[in-house]
Ligand binder design. Sequence first.
Ligand code: DAH
Length: 343
Amino acid sequence: MEDVISQIKEKFKSQLFGAQNLKELEVVEQIYFSRKSGKITELMQGLKDVPDEQKKAKGQLINELKDEMLQQFEMKRSDLKKKEYKETVEAERIDVTQPNLPAHKSGHLHPITIVQNQLEDLFTSMGFQIEDGPELESEYYNFTALNIPESHPARDMQDTFYIKNHPGWVMRTHTSSMQVRTMQDNKPPMKVIMPGRCYRNEATDARHEHTFFQLEGFVIDEKISLANMKGILELVAKNLYGPDTRVRLRPKFYPFVEPGVNGEVACFLCKSKGCRVCKHTGWLEIFGAGMIHPNVLEAGAIDSKKYQGFAFGFGLDRLVMLKYGVEDIRHFQGGDIRFLTQF
Ligand code: DAH
């Protein structure tokens, strides 16, 4: 029996030593101290085969063994408990002396979105509604409905991206494509703006980009005149560039308006003295506009004898360039973080 006892002792010691955590220790506890099947219980049960005169001595031996093992077991348990506690505390510890981690940088609005939002606020405050429309547009809405027939040279001036195997559809060249769509969906009187992304097949340079933004708008009602148009667009220019901003309108041909005008503001960079940006004219072109052509009203199912209207289109990229002094339009789509974080 002494042999068995010393064997158990040795095995127990090595298993106890090997236990890395409280879970593993539980396994050791089961093997040796389980009341039902533990090694100690087994030894105790073995006593019944021992001759009576030896029972007491052997029983004592077993009890001594059990006490010794339990003592070692408890020591190990308390060590492991301490270790695990320390590990948890260590994991949760906050080092108050650690220098600040760099703050997580959140994004912000693109400069074009900033100016678009500003204009949307202004127009909605004057009772305009905002319409959104498709960037992939039918040639009908982009050209034909706007009084630009198939053979018209204006189509060449607005070359764009055509869609393979999808004849009759183009990436819209201007937000004017939304004019007739909006007229068909609504009834006069109407005051609407239609901001959005446009495309052209450009040889890109500092002033031309294949992807850009416009803000289109129109007003249709009875007795609308060029004077109403000038009033509204002057207000927009003053909102953008300050209350002293002067606006001038000069005739310009656009197939979808008659008469058509070019809207210019006095160059606020050189105070109209003439500089590189205004090409020494003292004026900066910021929008196209005009009285909506009767053909366009009719395409929009509006009685051109009863109703008139004016339409206008701002190039948002250009407005932003002038407002912030951006010298190259290609920065807007370039995605360079060094450019974008300046706004
Ligand atoms: N769609 C024109 C362009 O992209 C801008 C424009 C001119 C819009 C005159 C209008 C307008 O509504 O009346 O160049």
